[in-house]
Design a binder for this molecule. Structure first.
Ligand code: NAP
Length: 522
């Protein structure tokens, strides 16, 4: 079993007791009492908090962390050893002692206490808050060699997601209960996947304000968003690769669909900072550790959504491997979906163009080929515009691209054999469909609009690819002018539905997806 341990770190006994009560209510499977957070920590306070923890019936770890390893108080090594020995005598299920400090008097005191209560366990921990240990596996082995029956705990800051794989390897190849986690935003995968990899515990906070380590997730996030209760050895893992990634709606949307469809899968945000070399390294790290779904063993990544800045890197990666890339993704020059098959074979797709096209045709009540010869004005010439233009040019729409930087409009129009114009030319707009592919009007600049309201006519279809806010100023004004309006959410949902089908091989529940998006966007 991998325990979901909630760390309790309060300055007063009363506040700690209240946190313990809340942790139990939230579904904690273990408690870690960070006694170093108690102001004026002494034996009496530790006993009181421990008694409250034991009352819950949950296993309790007592920790009195050394300030040199992230502890909240400057207690002497003798004081800390005494508190741990007292905690063992008072019924703690485990005590956590820093491996660096486990020598001399501390070792003697803790071992003597454990000899009197053989049911209690010892966690020997090592922390690096600055970056990865040179060799986490070596450290793990040193801890085991020092105390064969101790649970090794190796925790370090991942400065990049690629730093996580050394920690993952310790769990993949280890032969005993161990805690191996990475701190920081880049370490998120180790905290969630610890359960799939058979780690002894992962640590969560009650909420963001109570975190006792950088990057610690809350119990609500782990149990709700990240499906903790459903994770098992054969869980297939998916995720969205990007940088930044914190704002992404995809984890909420995909995990909600997995939950509703009772699919044994999990979807994670994957912060991959850097350019192509970092992206390639990440992909190779995943594949070499058993990509290709949950049944393949190992890490079990089955596929990825890919967002800024990695869509061209994803295309180059699949091309470089000589594997399949959907032809229109090659034309667009971007892959937003990667599927990892058995044997780690990766294929690349683009669901953005179909997402945009389907959003448009569904709202107009027509099929894709009915767009043939329909006049469409596309505002913008960036990545989103590329996907929209490719999808519509493919079915023969008559496109004009308007952009602030005219050279970019000219280049894109040249590639897809359509017309282009400068933004002021929107004044003489003559199109049945208008599509905004710029970021103008996106939160927090929601008062801006890419097209003045006087240019909108009532028989137009106006599609804004921006989805935050749900109703942009462009859509509000277009609705007021009597035009038919399509929100960027429709494109987002349809491209996500297409990704889900590539990942899982079945249709997702559209209503569940829609509800998750709307909840995220308020
Ligand atoms: P991008 O590649 O950076 O392109 C941005 C475009 O916006 C360029 O054409 C740029 O013009 C134009 N632009 C930006 N600020 C401007 C300003 N102040 N005045 C005039 N033009 C301006 O970004 P992208 O990936 O195409 O994304 C654009 C938008 O599409 C995003 O904001 C997002 O909301 C939306 N999107 C939606 C979905 C969906 O699923 N609904 C998917 C992807 C993107 P220049 O060339 O002159 O710089």
């Amino acid at each position: 079993m991998t325990y979901l341990a909630v760390s309790i770190g309060s300055e007063t006994v009363d506040a700690a007791v209240e946190q313990i009560r809340e942790a139990k209510k939230a579904g904690a499977e273990m408690l870690e009492l960070r006694t170093d957070y108690l102001a004026g920590c002494d034996v009496q306070k530790v006993r009181s908090v421990l008694a409250a923890g034991r009352k819950t019936g949950l296993p309790v770890i007592v920790t009195c962390r050394d300030a040199a390893q992230g502890g909240a108080a400057e207690l002497s090594v003798e004081q800390r050893a005494q508190l741990l020995a007292e905690a063992i005598a008072a019924g703690a299920d485990f005590v956590d002692c820093e491996f660096d400090n486990f020598s001399g008097d501390t070792r003697d005191k803790v071992k003597a206490a454990l000899a009197n209560r053989p049911k209690a366990g010892l966690i020997l921990s090592a922390h690096d808050f600055a970056g990865p240990f040179a060799d986490p596996a070596k450290l793990y082995n040193e801890i085991i060699r020092a105390e064969l029956w101790a649970i090794p705990k190796v925790v370090y800051k991942a400065n990049h997601i690629n730093d996580c794989f050394a920690a993952i390897d310790v769990l993949l190849h280890g032969d005993r209960e161990a805690i191996v986690l990475c701190m920081g935003a880049s370490g998120l995968i180790t905290r969630v996947l610890s359960k799939k990899l058979g780690g002894f515990a992962t640590f969560a906070s009650l909420d963001a304000s109570c975190a006792t380590a950088p990057g610690q997730l809350s119990i609500g996030e782990l149990k709700g968003l990240y499906r903790w209760d459903e994770i098992g050895e054969s869980t297939e893992v998916f995720g969205v690769i990007g940088s930044p990634i914190g704002h992404s709606m995809s984890p909420a949307v995909f995990n909600a669909c997995f939950e509703a469809g009772e699919i044994g899968a999990l979807y994670l945000p994957l912060l991959v900072e850097g350019e192509k070399p970092s992206f390639d390294e990440f992909m190779n790290n995943v594949i070499v550790r058993g990509g290709g779904g949950g049944t393949g063993g190992g890490l079990g990544f089955g596929g990825f959504s890919v967002t800024i800045p990695h869509k061209t890197h994803a295309l180059d990666f699949v091309n470089g491997a000589g594997e399949f890339v959907e032809p229109l993704a090659v034309t667009i020059g971007a892959v937003n979906t990667l599927k990892i098959g058995f044997g780690g074979i990766v294929s690349g797709y683009n669901t953005d163009y179909a997402g945009a096209r389907d959003a448009l045709t569904a709202a107009m009540g027509i099929g894709p080929h009915d767009l043939h010869n329909v006049k469409v004005a596309v505002v913008g010439a960036g990545g989103a515009a590329r996907a929209v233009v490719a999808g519509l040019a493919d079915v023969g729409a008559r496109l004009t691209i308007y952009n602030r930087t005219i050279s970019k409009a000219r280049d894109l129009a040249g590639e897809f054999k359509c017309r282009y114009a400068a933004l002021p030319d929107l004044a003489t707009l003559d199109a049945r469909v208008l599509i905004n592919c710029t970021s103008i009007g996106m939160s927090p600049d929601a008062d801006a609009t890419p097209v003045p309201s006087e240019f909108i006519k009532k028989d137009m279809v106006v599609f804004d690819t921006v989805y935050n806010p749900l109703e942009t100023r462009l859509l509000k004004e277009s609705r007021a002018a009597g035009a038919k309006c399509i929100s960027g959410v429709e494109m987002f949902i349809r491209q996500a539905m297409a990704q889900y089908k590539i990942f899982i091989g079945a249709e997702p529940d559209e209503d569940v997806m829609r509800a998750a998006v709307c909840e995220r966007l308020g």
